[in-house]
Design a protein around this ligand. Sequence first.
Ligand code: ADP
Ligand code: GLC
Length: 495
Amino acid sequence: MAKNKEESSIAKLNILFVAAEVVPFAKTGGLADVAGALPKAIKELGHNIIVVMPRYYKIDTSKLTKLEAPLSVPMGVMGEFLAGVYTATLPNSDVPIYFIDHEGYFGRHGLYEDHGGGYGDNDNRFIFFSKAALQLCKLLNFTPDIIHTNDWHTAAIPLLCKTRFKHDFAYAANVLTIHNLQHQGNFYRGLVDVMEVGWEHFNAHELESFHRVNLLKGGIYHADAVTTVSKKYAQEIQTSDFGFGLDAHIRGHSHKLFGILNGVDYDEWNPSIDNFIAKKYDFDDMSGKLACKRDIQKHFNLELRYDVALIGFVGRFAEQKGIGLIAGIIHGLLDLDVQIIMLGTGEQWAEGFFSHVAHHRANFGLHIGYSDELAHKIEAGSDMFLMPSLFEPCGLNQIYSLRYGTLPIVRGTGGLDDTIVNFDEHHKHGNGFKFYEASQEALYYTVLWALKIYNDDKIAFEDMQKTAMQQHFDWDDSAKGYEEVYQYALDKKRN
Ligand code: ADP
Ligand code: GLC
């Protein structure tokens, strides 16, 4: 894999990039950030890439162009379904994006669920979407060299290319990126008939898992290359602690597994040009960060003080994000001279629990919901960012935090471990505060330590902020990593 930059130019490729969510059109998490940014960086390398996603109800079609001909999508025992197609380009680029439109499957408020429960037909919805993406290539006369799929939603494609769609796609090399192994697309086995891939593929090496279909498992088997979004996570998912039951399967395919760290879109996450925040700033003049701190304190009705440490959290209220650990120590932390603010939505118990805390504690601010603007304001106004995830394939918020000089307090797992260098008190070096053990004690004492540095060693703290702000996690670097994986997958396919 190691190549130097001069050698990295490979023949211009046609790439089909398929994802269930893409910024700025629809987003529930980091997958959308990646799908909105990586294709642009790949295009910059000179490749011909198109992106395909579903047209969810909330995507306004008035600014999109509708294609004349509808697609016909075979759904096995259910017959042929028609799909409409809209198109546009990814913002600030000429990368085409296509939206698969079907009222029955995607004319709903949520992407995957409403009110906490997943849609009962998510299996059919995403097989339909996967097949529609392939049919679209035929309609456009687009012949992909590489098909880049993401997570379970599109993980059926590598097998579809070898079976139902083999006449048109048998030559294409498939690359599957795992953004989160927790979600595997486990469904009733009758789905095999909707996929039309043949029951011979319903076996323990390919699609079958506990008598059900496991789409991600089949994708890992059939893809020519598999990637995860950090190197550490690529290692972790081969262990039973992080494998969600697929670790042995992944170990069996580790020869084609690569870890490539996500990048950051610095046009969006950058305090020197961020229009959401109260005052822009950069590492050479951080005074604007104080204005942002005051702004967010006002927003959350906190005491207006510059001298108190302000810790922020933005993320899904899911076990993955370590919210159980935070809940366990929040009262202990709030007894200290500190302010804590949280933005998120998700598990009901957490929403209820933190609402209760907000009601009773003056130094705690909470916003339950999803707000891009507030996420930016929290990044800018906080002194530290809390991300004690139990597992974290990459994690984007800690990388955004670095750019805003908001020092991350993280658990050393996955991409958090790969991006955060623990503060070394002796050499006064690092870009955040890190612990490893998934316990409330470890989190509590790490926050205490970070507060001590904030309060008693201002110079070291500010130096760390400046160092953090000058680090770069560019998509260009990640795109070059994917380019090498594409080449690997093509070589494998052709030899
Ligand atoms: P994950 O994809 O596991 O949720 P990431 O750190 O990769 O975690 O990405 C999460 C993305 O979603 C970030 O861009 C983050 O700012 C955003 N995000 C998460 N929750 C919210 C929220 N409640 N409001 C606004 N943005 C959010
Ligand atoms: C997933 C992971 C997160 C990662 C994101 C984008 O949602 O949970 O860690 O940053 O995908 O790859």
